[in-house]
Design a protein around this ligand. Structure first.
Ligand code: 8YV
Length: 330
């Protein structure tokens, strides 16, 4: 008998057909009543955003493979999965440029106040000369401080350096020699970066070390003219302290794609602030890139189903527990 794969995201017909050659597919989103029942008989699951923790895997006794359709995998309890011999994969690389595009778009939008000015025109308020109160601030030739210089951080910095002649500062777990060489990026402490940057862009992964890393103290260190961008994860930032910093003029503006709680509450104080530009966690959300992400996730899964090591294996230690990724096909 072929293994059962639970697909809990929308995936294109074409990709599902490829997957169907190797398994039996069931489909249910986590909000559907039948989800838990499907989960209980699934040997593999594929989708994005689901919290795969101890309590979820307790309901999935046959589970051997989790194919995450995202680069970030903070939704997975890797320790738990590895201990149970469950393989986990993600979709790095294919979303790098698209994500960097959106993050850079947030920088442009916040600095040049594009959404606010769009509303100004559409609401019929443009009746004469534009007053200085509606002016934005320059991006070109300013200093960009990247917190996180992985592949996406570097792609944002490349746009800034090559396209906008910006100086690049960065703070990261380790030095990025390529960014230093190609973008003249300067490595420094978080404190120095916050003090010196005109734009502070957060692109770090969410881990137990980075959770809540940006709060009151960090906003106080930033320039009063600083623009803060978060394209990584909302939990990296103490959101109430960000609101205070924006309200009090501690920083100038923010561009946010991610939030502490998603979807963002309609009553969030962030929504009342003119100096905040928001997008609904869509940095990788283009037709092309979401297709490529699903394609890679399916490639990973098919490798697993055919007994091979998937290209984007996140927990290689699992191979010590489950060396040939055995599926219970009895
Ligand atoms: C989305 C992302 O989280 O890949 C990531 O880490 O943040 C995004 O692409 C995800 O793919 C869909 O919710």
């Amino acid at each position: 008998m072929k293994p059962t794969v639970l697909v809990y995201n929308q995936i294109s017909e074409k990709l599902l057909n490829q997957l169907a050659n190797h398994c039996y597919i069931t489909q249910a989103t986590p909000s559907e009543g039948s989800f838990m029942e499907h989960l209980s008989s699934a040997e593999a699951i594929i989708g994005s955003g689901l919290k795969v923790n101890k309590s979820l895997v307790d309901h999935a006794p046959k589970l051997k493979f989790v194919a995450n359709i995202s680069a970030g995998y903070d939704n997975l309890d890797l320790e738990e999965l590895t201990a149970r011999g469950i393989v986990a994969t993600n979709t790095p690389d294919v979303l790098v440029e698209t994500t960097a595009d959106l993050v850079f778009g947030l920088m442009l939008s916040a600095a040049r106040r594009i959404p606010e000015l769009d509303q100004y025109v559409k609401s019929g308020k443009w009746s004469g000369k534009i007053s200085n109160e509606l002016f934005g601030v320059d991006i070109n030739r300013k200093t960009l401080g990247m917190i996180g210089m992985g592949s996406i951080g570097k792609a944002v910095a490349a746009r800034a350096h090559h396209g906008f002649k910006m100086d690049i500062l960065y703070h990261n777990r380790s030095r990025n020699a390529v960014a230093e060489e190609e973008l003249n990026a300067k490595y420094m402490s978080l404190e120095d970066l916050l003090k010196k940057s005109d734009f502070v862009c957060l692109m770090a992964p969410l881990t137990s070390e980075t959770i809540g890393m940006i709060g009151k103290k960090e906003f106080e260190l930033m320039k009063e003219t600083a623009i803060f961008i978060n394209g990584a994860r909302g939990q990296l930032v103490k959101e109430d302290e960000l609101v205070t910093a924006l309200e009090s003029g501690e920083i100038l503006a923010a561009g946010l794609d991610v939030y502490l709680k998603e979807p963002l509450d309609a009553k969030s104080p962030l929504l009342k602030l003119k100096n905040v530009v928001t997008t609904p966690h869509v940095a990788s959300a283009t037709e092309e890139t979401r297709y490529e992400m699903a394609k890679l996730a399916i490639e990973n899964l098919i490798k697993g189903l055919t007994g091979e090591t998937p290209p984007s294996l996140i927990n290689p230690e699992v191979l010590e527990v489950n060396p040939k990724i055995k599926f219970d096909t009895s």
